[in-house]
Design a protein around this ligand. Sequence first.
Ligand code: G3P
Length: 218
Amino acid sequence: MKFFVDTAELNDIRELASTGLLDGVTTNPSLIAKSGRDFKETIAEICKVVSGPVSAEVAATDYDGMMREAEVLRKIAAHVTIKVPMTLDGLKACKALTGDGTMVNVTLCFSANQALLAAKAGATFVSPFIGRLDDIGLDGMELIREIRAIYDNYDDFRTDILAASIRTVNHVRDAALIGADVATVPPAILKALVKHPLTDAGLTQFVADWKKTGQSIL
Ligand code: G3P
């Protein structure tokens, strides 16, 4: 499973990239607004830190507008992934852009049929939103399960399932159990994946016992 971080905060991206465990970055208009920074500058800076796919979302909602914006965004770096909404215009833009060799992430996916269309449109990634389905009393993880089953039925589908709107460490585990290709995870949850109280307690004990030996490895 690949790990993307779902943020536009450069400090978090730098910290996580330095671990060598980060495969890419996703942003969206809300995350850019939260950062308070210039969109294109931010994407350019992220692309210097991370060599994997960096999702940058179009603001237009019509096909021509999306294509014009994609033209600007994809010039920022070869690993910019154009994020388009799950609409007919978005899917049309997806088909045109991927046909041209550009990576595309189809976002705001809330149903298996939508994911089927994204694969038909040649999407590089489809982003099913787990947390937002859970928020309205539906089962976000069930959607990941359905999409995995559908995509596995067809050898010609190349779209990666990018589990998005992840809110808990259990979402990451469950998406991995189902076989999502990628999880895009907020920085705090990515860092929390390593945590376990028995690890902390065990390490404290090992450090104390090592001191008792009076030895040094160096
Ligand atoms: O970037 C798309 C997705 O991960 C958004 O998550 O928490 O705003 O539903 P959230």
